[in-house]
Ligand binder design. Structure first.
Ligand code: AGP
Length: 593
């Protein structure tokens, strides 16, 4: 995925604004970046492209400009080079394009254009777009853009500017893009935090729509069009309630730590839902002939925990399926099936594809998302916002515990015990608030100091803590690059225990429930093979070499147990000299298959 930001308005420092906007979007892609500004005095396009993180850019004075676009890249087609960074430009250089997504037929288009004499400089799929626009430019900038779009196959969010054009044009199909409306100015961006310092007024762009922002003297005008029939579309302005500071890391060294600490409040925000809506969904789950819980990565592990919640609390059988594997189950989908998708970003391509498979069979879709107006939310029949606020670190932390909380509450609602569930979650939230204090962080940092040089780690859990063992492994892998694996505690003796040797850290996730003694017995087995046992548990046990205490919250234990692991993963990354906010090879939202 990549980050896109564009500005057109009455401010003269649009280029600096784009640089700042891209810094706020850097979590979306951080291998290279670039921008294009329409210079006020020439008029000409100024292009700047760099390899590396935009946060490392110390800045220069840019020429005056009211119109600029920019892009932070996460490479898909073509290596990480300055030439492959966006914007990509046309043959004559007068058209500049930034793009998020994949143009699936770019090779065919490239060959076609090459035969006409077009020369390509980059290895990107994106470069065909400005060349195509230039091919049709005699029709006018707007018509040329439409003609070019009609030739593109695949997913995209595209923003384009042209020399001598007081215009920004953009189009969306399958990749996120939204508009911010300020006073006599418009912003177009991949995500809301990019323009939050300027406006909270948002206009959502649907798939197969394009927009044109034009400068008209001191004013700016915007028009939206349906790409299928060119008809004009009216858009509503939605005021979002995210605060600018929610999207900043403030005094924290990293977003990951800030977002871990946000969990003091986010659980309560997640469960603060309309009772009628929760009950409606509970009835839907009760009446469904087959319910599938679907997500990827951390959201997938949350779905797996949801499977346990519904079984244990509501005695309801549901199916957990990783989104990229969902199509294998298409035989079992009917118009009486319910699909519950979980996604922080609401833009994950594998989830969107699974939803397409389900929709073809008439399946009803409920989503739990964090990003309002995201594709997944807009394509769902019902949707709950988890209200965790912007999550910028690649590692999902507060979104995961919010999703777990809401799924747990839904399970209680299905069991006809909504108030009991709400009470448990409110009590858990208050205990999490107490737990997340500086002493707790220091204690876990000291545990990290003991193990950060290890290259392998294993995590075990049972029942609803088994998915959390898998989630713990993801957290540790993605930020510290330690090889971490999670197992169902009972599976150890069927193979994984062969991996245990002297001093290997083993995290043991426990809750004071019917599984407690079994898991302790498994920890004893690990210890007798030399494992260094770190117990994450409400009570101490002699088998632990280190004890990380968590509050006793009974059935809500996955929510509290994962938090110390998030903190441990954070410190492991920092101690190993890694930036936990921007792990190598990963992107915050995976908008490609
Ligand atoms: C989480 O730490 C990961 N970065 C990743 O597994 C993530 O949860 C996954 O890509 C799903 O993203 P989504 O919630 O935005 O759909």
């Amino acid at each position: 995925m990549c980050g896109i930001f564009g500005y057109l308005g009455n401010k003269e420092n649009s280029t600096e604004m784009v640089v700042e906007g891209l810094k706020r979007l850097e979590y979306r892609g951080y291998d290279s970046w670039g921008l294009a500004s329409i210079l006020q005095e020439k008029p000409a396009i100024e292009i700047v492209k760099k390899v590396g993180k935009i946060s490392d850019f110390k800045g220069k004075k840019f020429a005056k400009s009211h119109i600029a676009i920019g892009h932070s890249r996460w490479a898909t087609h073509g290596g990480v080079t300055q030439v492959n960074a966006h914007p990509q430009t046309s043959e004559k250089g007068g058209i500049a394009v930034v793009h998020n997504g994949i143009i699936e037929n770019y090779q065919e288009l490239r060959e076609e254009l090459a035969q006409e004499g077009h020369k390509f400089k980059s290895e990107t799929d994106t470069e065909v777009i400005p060349h195509l626009i230039e091919r049709y430019i005699e029709l006018g900038f707007e018509k040329a853009f439409r003609k070019a779009l009609a030739r593109l196959k695949g997913r995209f969010a595209i923003v384009v500017v042209g020399e001598k054009q007081e215009t920004i044009m953009a189009a969306r199909r399958g990749s996120p893009m939204i508009v911010g409306k300020g006073k006599d100015e418009y912003f177009v961006a991949s995500d809301i935090p990019a323009f939050l310092p300027y406006t909270r007024d948002v206009m959502y762009i649907d798939d197969n729509e394009m927009l044109i922002i034009k400068k008209n003297g001191e004013k700016a005008e915007i028009n939206f069009f349906n790409l299928k029939d060119n008809s004009e579309i009216e858009k509503r302005i939605v005021e979002i309630d995210w605060d600018y500071t929610d999207a900043e890391k403030g005094d924290f060294d990293h977003f990951m730590l800030k977002e871990i600490m946000d969990q003091k409040e986010t659980i309560c925000r997640a469960i603060n839902q309309d009772t009628k809506e929760i009950m409606k969904v509970a009835e839907r789950i009760k009446g469904a002939y087959g319910t599938f819980l679907v997500g990827c990565g951390t959201a997938g592990k949350v779905c797996m925990a949801g499977d346990y919640f519904l079984s244990k609390i509501a005695q309801k059988h549901v199916n957990f399926v990783v989104a990229s594997e969902f199509s294998a189950y298409h035989h079992f989908l009917t118009d009486k099936t319910l699909m519950v998708v979980v996604s922080q970003s609401g833009e994950t391509a594998d989830v969107l594809e699974a939803m397409e498979v389900a929709k073809k069979k008439g399946v009803q879709i409920l989503s739990l998302v964090n990003v309002e107006g995201s594709s997944i939310q807009r394509q769902s029949d019902y949707s709950f916002l988890i209200n965790a606020g912007p999550e910028k670190a690649v590692a999902s932390t507060k979104a995961a515990t919010s999703q777990l909380s809401l799924l747990l509450m839904i399970a209680y609602a299905v069991a006809g015990k909504l108030e009991e569930g709400r009470k448990l979650l409110i009590e858990s939230a208050s205990k999490i608030n107490d737990m997340l204090n500086p002493r707790y962080l220091t204690y876990i940092k000291a545990v990290a100091e003991k193990i950060y040089e290890q290259e392998n780690m294993y995590i075990i859990g049972k029942g609803e803590n088994y998915p959390m063992a898998l989630e713990s492994a993801i957290k540790i892998q993605e930020v510290s690059y330690i090889h971490a694996e999670g197992f169902a505690a009972g599976e150890l003796k069927h193979g994984p225990i062969a991996l245990i040797e002297g001093g290997v850290p083993c995290l043991v996730l426990l809750s004071k429930d019917e599984n407690y003694q079994d898991v302790i017995n498994n920890a004893v087995e690990l210890k007798s093979r030399g494992g260094y046992i770190i117990g994450i548990s409400p009570e101490n046990n002699e088998v632990f070499d280190q004890w990380i205490k968590v509050p006793d919250v009974n059935g809500a234990s996955p929510i509290v147990n994962i938090i110390p692991v998030q903190i441990l993963a954070y410190y492991l990354a920092v101690l190993r000299g890694k930036n936990p906010d921007m792990p190598r090879n990963l992107a915050k939202s995976v908008t490609v298959k």
